[in-house]
Design a protein around this ligand. Structure first.
Ligand code: SAM
Length: 230
């Protein structure tokens, strides 16, 4: 009796793992954030399974049904649109509920956007903090003020239309010479990583149309000093 969480590719379909395919093929029901998106993925790998939607708008309401399904012996696999479920995606609530019902939780290792972005950034990887999406309005300033003291490398998810605004905020709260990297379209055809000081990165993106999926990685406070000493 277990809930299996299966990471799916963040762009390049070849990043699916052999175990992911095995788990998808042996599932009774696949819980999907968007059944259409997952339907395309399954079709690509010639897998046909019943899909049940599990997204932020129904994840509270469907918990009991899913727990009952698992307890009745059904093999339930959770996927999100891309990457690892529960990482800035639905999954946490269900994991917590399964644990409280004594159901095993097994998340396969696999694609997620923040790990390759962190490593590509060239910033310290020994200690980091994953922040996901910053609040858009309420709580944004409080969060940025709090993070201005953060010493670990910080990782953010961001949408392309908010990239410039967020970079401007980072300059305001962290300083224009703070090192950072913007990783765009990881594993896809137009993948790029722009590294430099925040002001240089902002200048790079200012006069062009920013498209695609983005991870921003920012050096922690005083990380330069720490590196000089060690
Ligand atoms: N569960 C996913 C994971 O494990 O990374 C994250 C899902 S979250 C809803 C989507 C965000 O992840 C995007 O807005 C972007 O910030 C980041 N992301 C996903 N795929 C990406 C890619 N190929 N390149 C860069 N960022 C990506």
């Amino acid at each position: 009796m277990a809930l299996i969480l299966v990471p799916t590719p963040i762009g390049n379909l070849q990043d699916i793992t052999l175990r992911a395919l095995e788990e998808l093929k042996s599932a009774d029901i696949i819980l999907a954030e968007d059944t259409r998106t997952t339907g395309f993925l399954l079709k690509h790998f010639s897998i046909s399974k019943p899909l049940q939607s599990h997204h932020i708008f129904n994840e509270h309401g469907t918990l009991k049904k899913i727990i009952d399904q698992i307890k009745s012996g059904k093999k339930i696999v959770l996927v999100s649109d891309a990457g690892t479920p529960a990482i800035s995606d639905p999954g946490y609530l269900l994991v917590r509920e399964c644990i409280s019902h004594g159901i095993d939780v097994n998340c396969l290792p696999g694609p997620t956007a923040f790990v390759p972005a962190l490593v590509n950034s060239g910033l310290p990887t020994d200690s980091f903090v994953f922040e996901g999406f910053l609040p858009v309005k309420k709580g944004r300033q409080t969060k940025l003020t709090e993070l201005s003291e953060e010493k670990r490398t910080m990782i953010f998810y961001e949408s392309p239309h908010r990239l410039l605004k967020t970079l401007q905020n980072f300059i305001e709260y962290f300083g224009s010479d703070r090192k950072a990297a913007v990783c765009r379209e990881l594993t896809k055809m137009f993948e790029e990583t722009v590294r430099g000081e925040l002001s240089e990165i902002l200048a790079n993106f200012t006069d062009r149309t920013v498209k695609g999926e983005i991870v921003i990685v920012v050096e922690g406070k005083n990380s330069k000093k720490k590196n000089e000493v060690s």
